[in-house]
Design a protein around this ligand. Structure first.
Ligand code: UGA
Length: 433
């Protein structure tokens, strides 16, 4: 099928490549010259394992082209996927939907009557209806608009796109449903992926609800960690025990410095804001606490550092990992980076190591001493903090590390306590009283 993918950020670039991998003819629309020319030359503007190779592959096969804006070619597309960002508004919890309206506006002149506009961005429930209204004002026919949320995770984005747990299609139009089913047919045939047809508001809400549930699970276990820390209980064992109940499930119960990134924090706040606008803010009032528990975990690490070192001024602290999760170079709302900046603000000399984010840190966080050399980061450190659970940190041999003071805070509960203690380290693990 011929399709356009509008907005080539994390979601759009992955979706565009995934659709081309499935054999579709994809036009990627991205006005940002830097991003677009990187993609054109087969380079990803972000780090995502496996996606770079797939991009080169679909370019070589001639299945994908990149444009700054629509042109006559867009008129032949059967589906237009809208994948633009919906960041948190400055000074508010609400999501900013202006890029969606801009996308609709530039698409309208090139939209044919039998094409379907498919929203994939995470939006406040009710946005699709407003977009449809805006689109109707710019076309002389009744435009078809459906919602098809995306559940991909950074670090496993392509795999999640090609082998999703489910495909949710929000539409009450059988033509639109058939077209969207057709585009995903290679996935649903091969993987027997369930397809769930819903109305549009449900499809919009599914995504916000899923991310809010995941965030709640993480904050629940981090709330238990707060209790464990003052009662001598072990949150890791506790999570294992409750997770063995299939009704609870073991995933997303890893306690530590909490969730970050461009999605979970923004999406719980966006849902709170939208519920408030709809007059039912109380229904998700608990999400405010989910947010606060999450932010308290970052403070806890700073307090532990102060308890260990006393006055932080001029004390060297080594931070292992800056990104919000491993296998990603995303620093947005990263708990590890937030902790590094707060320690620095309190006067510590902070050295940061990260397998992929050092160039970005050097450019954008000049005061932090970001370095690709782990020895340099650890040398003379009076405290070490593991902030992101990159594989190479889990595999470190603690007996071979040279620091001034062998104390480590494991912010992700991934290090082998016995091995580190046997090598003479004092290990402080969150939630393990
Ligand atoms: C999240 C969702 O998991 C995806 O399904 C969704 O499509 C995506 O947001 C989105 O809205 O686009 P992502 O932000 O890539 O994906 O990251 P997650 O794997 O969900 O992790 C989020 C944060 O939670 C990370 O900082 C991670 O370290 C933390 N986390 C995760 C924990 O602290 N404990 C856990 O047990 C799991």
């Amino acid at each position: 099928m011929k399709i356009t993918v509008i907005g080539l950020g994390y979601l759009g670039a992955t979706h565009a490549v995934a659709m081309a991998e499935l054999g579709h003819e994809v036009i990627g629309i991205e006005p940002d010259d830097k991003k677009r020319s990187a993609l054109e030359s087969g380079k990803l503007p972000f780090f995502e394992p496996g996606l770079d190779k797939a991009l080169v592959d679909v370019i070589e096969k001639g299945r994908i082209t990149f444009k700054a804006d629509h042109d006559e070619n867009s008129k032949n597309a059967e589906l237009h996927f809208i994948c633009v960002g919906t960041p948190q508004k400055q000074g508010s919890n609400a999501a900013d939907t202006k890029y969606l309206f801009a996308a609709i506006e530039s698409l309208a002149p090139y939209l044919s009557e039998d094409a379907v506009v498919v929203g994939k961005s995470t939006v406040p429930v009710g946005t699709a209806a407003e977009l449809k209204k805006a689109l109707s004002e710019k076309t002389d026919f009744d435009p078809k608009l459906a919602w098809n949320p995306e559940f991909l995770r950074e670090g496993t984005a392509l795999e999640d796109s090609l082998r999703p747990d489910r495909i949710v299609i929000g539409t009450e139009d059988s033509f639109a449903e058939a077209k969207i089913r057709e585009v995903y047919k290679p996935i649903t045939d091969a993987e027997e992926t369930p397809v769930l047809i819903t109305d549009i508001p449900t499809a919009e809400l599914v995504k916000a609800a899923a991310n809010s549930f995941l965030a709640t699970k993480i904050s629940f276990i981090n709330a238990m960690a707060e209790i464990a820390e003052v009662s001598g209980a072990d949150t890791v064992k506790l999570a294992e025990a409750i997770g063995m109940d299939d009704r609870i499930g073991k995933l997303f119960l890893r306690n530590g410095i909490g969730f970050g990134g461009g999605c979970l924090p923004k999406d719980i706040r966006g849902l709170m804001a939208r519920a408030e606008e709809l007059g039912v803010g109380h229904a998700v009032g608990f999400l405010e606490e989910v947010d606060q528990i999450n932010l308290r975990r970052r403070k806890r690490v700073v307090e532990l550092a102060q308890a260990e070192l006393g006055e932080l001024k001029n004390k060297k602290i080594a931070i292992l990992g800056a990104t919000f999760k491993p296998d990603s170079d995303d620093l947005r709302d990263s708990p590890a980076l937030d902790i590094a900046l707060e320690l620095e603000r309190l006067g510590a000399i902070v050295f940061v190591h990260d397998p992929v984010a050092v160039p970005h840190l050097k450019e954008n966080q000049k005061t932090l001493n970001a370095d690709e050399n782990l020895e340099t980061v650890l040398e003379d450190a009076e405290l070490t903090i593991l902030g992101t659970e990159w594989r190479q940190y889990k595999n470190l041999d603690p007996s071979k590390l040279s620091v001034a003071n062998k104390t480590i805070i494991d912010g992700r509960n991934v290090l082998d306590r016995n091995a580190w203690e046997a090598a003479g380290w004092k290990m402080i693990a969150l939630g393990r009283g």
